[in-house]
Structure formats: C-alpha cells, structure tokens
Ligand binder design. Structure first.
Ligand code: MN
Length: 229
C-alpha cells in the first residue's frame, strides 16, 4: 500500500499483441549518426555514450503536448527505439542481438538551448533532455516481424514537409554493439527501452506543429505541439 497514487506509465502498444510492453527505463544514445554530430560541430564518439529519460516523461504516439517551459528552442529528434526482451549483462554483440523484443519509432524531444548551454558549462544535460512528455514512443513491432535491421529508411515530417531523411545502416554503433556496450554498465532487462540516436536534420518546433515520424517496417509516430500551459 502506497501513501498516494502516481499517474500510471502507459504500456507501449505492440502490433498483433493484446498486451502492451511495460516500460522500466529509457536510455538514449548521443551522436550516433555522423551527419548529425557534424551539424552541431561535434566529434563522433569512439564508444557510444548515453543519457536517460524518466519513464514518467514518456508519452505515446498521438500525444498533444504543450510547448515546454524554460526553452525558446524545442527540437524534434526522430529515433529508432529498441525494446529489450531478455536479461543482458556483460553480453557479447551476438547475445545482445538475440535479446531484442521489438522496435518502435520514437521522438527524443530536446530543449536544444539548454542542452547547448549545459554542455558548454560541463554540466549534465537533464534540463535539456529529460523534459516532461519528451520521450514519445510509437506502437512497437516484434523483432521477428520486423526482420534484420539493415538500411530501412528513417524520416520525419514537420507539418508535411520532410526534415529528416536517413537510413538505419548509417548508425555509427549498430543495435547489437550498443546493447553489448550498455550491458557492461547496467543489468538490462525486459522493460528497458533504448533510443538509438537521431540522424541529421533536427530542428525547432512551434505550437500548432504536427510531427510525423516514419521508419520503414514500423508503425508511424505522431506528435502535436500545443500552446504552453
Ligand atoms: Mn537523441
């Protein structure tokens, strides 16, 4: 028995499955496409690096979320999300590849001005990245139904105009490599979701904007930005 009741964290819907996928943790990979690192003048990391988003800051596709407070430069980042399906700790890439439950479209919404300011001052990115309603997740597809991750197209439309357009083979660190690396630091388990980084073309949103993200073979993701609350 708890002292009070928290708002429930929604399960991620899964195509062809009556039950949803419950979320425990959300990890995000930084700078995993060379062309995105270049658009901010950043070096490409030799090893993947991470930040996290609270599951309480997750919303599902179709959400209408207010433009957040404390920023004048709120950005979209379209990403390929990986849902873990089996325990992984200090795993090899081969073991990691077999532990994926499924995949989904995701948006890593970002207060870019605060991320840049905090990075410059060598502070953590939380104000820039762990923004309320900033982890947007679409309906998942089971790994076996999706098939191998190859050169599927990943794209984002803002009010119908294409802003991001790339392919999954351009990830610097591929899915097994990311999971193997991350499992050196965490006991990964079902409920853990990893956003694998964004391609180039990120940009600001405004209230009233309609965002649609697409990855070949997955359900599309939708987000609408409302006026600040
Ligand atoms: Mn990102």
């Amino acid at each position: 028995m708890s002292l009070f009741t928290l708002p429930p964290i929604p399960d991620i819907p899964v195509t062809g499955e009556a039950a949803g996928y419950p979320v425990r943790r959300i990890f995000c990979v930084g700078r995993n496409y060379a062309a995105h690192a270049a658009e901010f003048g950043n070096e490409v990391p030799e090893q993947p690096f991470y930040f996290t988003k609270s599951p309480a800051n997750m919303v599902l596709s179709g959400a209408v979320t207010p433009y957040p407070s404390g920023t004048e430069n709120y950005h979209f980042e379209m990403e390929f999300a990986v849902l873990i399906g089996a325990p992984l700790f200090r795993a090899s890439a081969e073991e990691a590849a077999g532990a994926v439950y499924g995949y989904a479209c995701a948006l890593d919404m970002t207060r870019r001005d605060l991320q840049a300011r905090e990075r410059k001052q060598q502070r953590p990115w939380d104000l820039g990245k762990d923004v309320e309603a900033s982890a947007v997740i679409g309906t998942a597809t089971r790994a076996a139904d999706f098939g191998p991750v190859t050169s599927q197209r990943i794209s984002l439309l803002q009010n119908g105009a294409v802003k991001q357009d790339s392919t999954l083979d351009l990830m610097i660190h591929d899915v097994p490599a990311i999971l193997a690396h991350l499992s050196g630091y965490y006991h990964l388990a079902p409920g853990d979701v990893i956003l694998t980084g964004t391609p180039e073309g990120v940009g600001p949103v405004q209230p009233g904007d309609k965002i649609e993200g697409q990855i070949e073979g997955l359900s599309p993701i939708f987000l609408e930005i409302a006026a600040p609350d």
